[in-house]
Write a protein that binds this ligand. Structure first.
Ligand code: PGA
Length: 245
């Protein structure tokens, strides 16, 4: 596990974007596993800037997102489909057919999960998976539990995740309570993983997840077992582990 320290959120975004950009340059038809949430937005802004300067070409890149709310149509501004278009896909030359997100409107959960697993398999797995870190240690929507859920699955979101996401909705009642997400095995099969963490409110969970015991009660802790993980964190998030890295 490598840990890159950034001065602030902006520098964190630039460093993580550099790693993604290197991946695209080395393998133009790479498969990128992408994440939503507040943390990756700066990365996407940087990638868009480099695309506009003709330093990056997404024409052969394939993407698979980690997760999607169940029951939100793509047109809903809070769907991850909408998020990805607004924050990245609409601003770069990626082919829409090369972008994949679980189908949140598929009511048959088993079918939605099976279809998404098949897509990931058909495109040959993920070269580089980008991850944010939830306050409860979740990655994707893999919530703390007594066991690791392995494959793509439908999850009941925890109270803390629903509350954290409520800031994006007009009321907490509107936040979906279920989501489709890649499982821990799916994530662990990515050839390279980049975790981005920003802010003092993530300092405790960063320490627990990456320097504490591996446990399904902190899903991100399993990443300690992966042999190519890079954490890119800003000073505020990394503060409590600065003597450990
Ligand atoms: P955030 O979410 O980037 O909005 O903090 C991270 C996550 O919950 O995965």
């Amino acid at each position: 596990m490598k840990c890159y320290k950034a001065k602030d959120y902006k520098e964190m975004g630039r460093k993580a974007a550099n790693i993604i950009s290197a991946q695209i340059i080395m393998k133009p038809d790479c498969v990128l596993g992408l994440a939503t949430g507040a943390t990756p937005i700066g990365i996407y802004e940087q990638l868009i800037e480099w695309y506009r300067k003709s330093d990056l070409d997404f024409s052969e890149v394939i993407t698979v997102n980690l997760d999607e709310y169940r029951g939100l149509p793509r047109s809903n501004e809070q769907s991850y489909y909408y998020f990805m278009r607004k924050n990245l896909f609409d601003h770069i030359n990626i082919l829409p057919e090369n972008t994949h997100i679980p189908n949140g409107m598929e009511e048959d959960s088993e079918k939605a999960c099976r279809d998404y697993s098949n897509i990931i398999r058909q495109i040959g797995g993920v070269d580089l998976q980008l991850l944010g870190l939830g306050h409860n240690g979740h990655i994707g929507f893999n919530e703390p539990d007594d066991a690791f859920e392995k494959e793509v699955h439908c999850v009941n979101l925890t109270e803390s995740t629903i509350m954290a996401n409520a800031r994006y909705f007009s009321s907490q009642e509107e936040v979906p309570t279920k989501a489709y997400t890649m499982g821990i095995k799916t994530i662990m099969q990515a050839r390279k993983i980049v975790v981005v963490v920003s802010g003092a409110d993530k300092a405790d969970i960063l320490k627990e997840a990456f320097f504490g015991p591996v446990t399904p009660h902190i899903p991100a802790s399993i990443l300690q077992m992966h042999n190519d993980v890079i954490i890119v964190a800003d000073e505020a998030a990394i503060e409590k582990v600065s003597d450990l890295i």
